[in-house]
Ligand binder design. Structure first.
Ligand SMILES: N[C@@H](CCC(=O)N[C@@H](CS)C(=O)NCC(=O)O)C(=O)O
Length: 212
């Protein structure tokens, strides 16, 4: 275990600000009260050093001493092992947090991300591809809705699963995709009201504004 350094872009266009995935890591680090530094890597010129840490030339990545980790889900699981504020202590709760973290990425975000790209590009309406994608996401939300109506947090206490799931749903909410799913929307509201999210969001906005 060493110094924690989170790397994100030095700059991004206005639209993704507040939604760049380093926010998940900032949020987790704030929840855990772990000290960390933020480094920048060039958005416009991605050099071999960047690809050595993140093979797709994306952000974020985290270094913990001489360990370098990419993929926001993997980073959060790593941090979950460092803090009980991020993972329940008991094995059943830890497994629940892990399965819901994967569900957020692999069952919900895999539908919500292409959905939001379609919405953002204005490719909605009657296009068959869009309709299929919209139904696909709605099916996921329809099943998530009763789960979130029954519980405050996915794994009993607040965990890394809630950071990822609420961040995934936040982007859907940005494009009003949660209108028919009030429990999902309330969940996003209570997750993003947490002081650690508020700080992480403000810090990301300040980071990119400083580079503008
Ligand atoms: N699955 C990756 C996705 C990372 C990702 O999409 N990062 C975006 C910023 S939020 C990025 O680097 N976009 C620039 C690009 O794809 O070239 C993770 O969760 O860490």
């Amino acid at each position: 275990m060493g110094d924690l350094i989170l790397t994100t872009f030095d700059w991004v266009p206005e639209t993704p600000r507040g939604y760049v995935r380093d926010i998940r890591v900032r949020w987790a680090l704030e929840e855990a009260g772990l000290p960390y530094r933020v480094n920048s890597t060039s958005f416009r010129a991605r050099d071999p050093g960047h690809f050595a840490h993140q093979p797709f030339g994306q952000v974020p990545w985290l270094t913990d001493g001489d360990i370098s980790i990419f993929e926001s889900g993997a980073i959060l699981l790593h941090l979950g092992n460092r803090s009980d504020a991020l993972m329940p202590a008991d094995p059943r709760g830890r497994n629940e947090a892990t399965e819901w973290l994967f569900a957020a990425l692999n069952s919900v975000e895999m539908a919500s991300l292409p959905w939001s790209i379609f919405v953002f590009s204005g490719e909605t309406g009657d296009a068959p591809g869009w309709k299929r994608l919209d139904q696909f996401l709605k099916a996921r939300l329809q099943h998530l809705e009763p789960v979130l109506a029954r519980r405050e947090w996915l794994a009993g206490s607040f965990s890394v699963a809630d950071i990822v799931m609420s961040d995934v749903l936040r982007l859907v909410d940005r494009f009003d995709g949660l209108a028919a799913h009030p429990a999902c929307r309330d969940y996003v509201t209570r997750a993003t009201a947490r002081p650690s999210f508020v700080k992480a969001h403000a810090d990301q906005m300040a980071h990119f504004a400083a580079a503008a």
